[in-house]
Design a binder for this molecule. Structure first.
Ligand code: NAP
Length: 283
């Protein structure tokens, strides 16, 4: 069997067109949705990420402000900037690009963002809201994975989902979203003794590890939906995921490619969260 592809680029295009429509309607009412992206230091990967986020805003009718600071910015100065953005009515979403330089406590900075503008969904208040099933911003990558499942008509209810990875930004919120959707969820991590034992039982596998070939064909139940969040480089330096794509596509029912899978969805869901924030602010 050859799996069907879940095309993150095509799905993103569709969702971004909806975002652009909502942004135009809000702007016509005098509220232009605005995202502030804060970058401290000159990490090359972070520079690419923030550029892509700002570009996606511009292409879809959102206003974006990129605040770039050199690595010497103090924690107090950054907290003061976050305070000012919290109070700025033209800004509906605030994103602080991680990692921050080591002298700045990232946790403290994230907690300083108003939960009403926490479009990355990393604030403890947002994580708590997800945990107890209250409205709030969902972290963009797992939110995007849920949209991918929805796009292929895969309702997690009653299914067994295995999430590989338990980070605060991907694995844990992914597990919570699947649980909220009534899947039976298993979370695996580096101390899981027999990963294949779990993944072989899964109707849905989400791999969010950051290591190549964590999931191979022999570890997948025929027909399963496989979502690959990982971003790695292969021996030729090309972008690849955590999943052995060539092997697994022969067993799975559905699979996301890397690149062109979860990656574009992450930025798309950032736009969705920002629009939602602006709509709430506009009443
Ligand atoms: P992370 O914080 O490093 O977490 C990795 C998780 O994988 C940890 O929970 C770790 O377990 C687990 N793990 C490590 N080795 C394992 C193994 N051999 N078997 C099972 N579990 C293992 O990474 P992250 O931030 O969640 O990101 C994960 C990957 O997704 C990275 O490649 C990242 O670049 C990518 N990513 C992509 C997007 C996107 O938009 N496409 C967005 C975010 C992240 P322990 O907790 O026990 O250490």
């Amino acid at each position: 069997m050859t799996a069907q592809l879940i095309d993150g680029v095509a799905l993103s295009k569709k969702i971004r067109a909806e975002v652009a429509g909502r942004a135009a309607r809000l702007t016509a009412r005098g509220v232009r949705p605005g995202l502030a992206v804060v970058l401290v230091g000159d990490n090359p990967a972070s520079q690419v990420y923030v550029r892509n986020k700002v570009k996606a805003c511009e292409e879809n009718g959102l206003h974006s402000v990129l605040e770039k600071y050199d690595a010497g910015l103090s924690e107090a100065e950054l907290l003061a900037r976050i305070g000012a953005l919290n109070d700025d009515p033209a800004i509906h979403g605030i994103l602080v690009q991680l990692p921050l330089p080591p002298h700045i406590d990232a946790h403290k900075v994230i907690e300083a963002i108003s939960p009403a503008k926490d479009v990355d969904g990393f604030h403890v208040g947002s994580a708590g809201a997800l945990m107890v099933g209250q409205p709030g911003f969902r972290p963009c990558t797992p939110y995007g994975c849920m949209k991918m499942l929805e796009s292929i008509g895969c309702n997690p209810k009653g299914k067994h989902a295995v999430v590989i990875g338990r980070s605060n930004i991907v694995g844990k919120p992914m597990a919570m979203l699947l649980l909220q959707a009534s899947a039976t969820v298993t979370v695996c991590h580096s101390a899981t003794p027999d990963l294949a034992f779990h993944t072989r039982q899964a109707d849905i596998v989400v791999a969010a590890v950051g290591k190549r070939n964590v999931l191979t064909a022999d570890m997948v139940k025929p027909g399963a939906v496989v979502i690959d969040v990982g971003m790695n480089r292969n021996d030729e330096g090309k972008l690849c995921g955590d999943v052995d794509f060539d092997g697994v596509k022969e067993v799975a029912g559905w699979i996301t490619p890397v690149p062109g899978g979860v990656g574009p969805m992450t930025i798309t869901m950032l736009l969705v969260n920002t629009i939602e924030s602006a709509e709430r602010a506009a009443g």
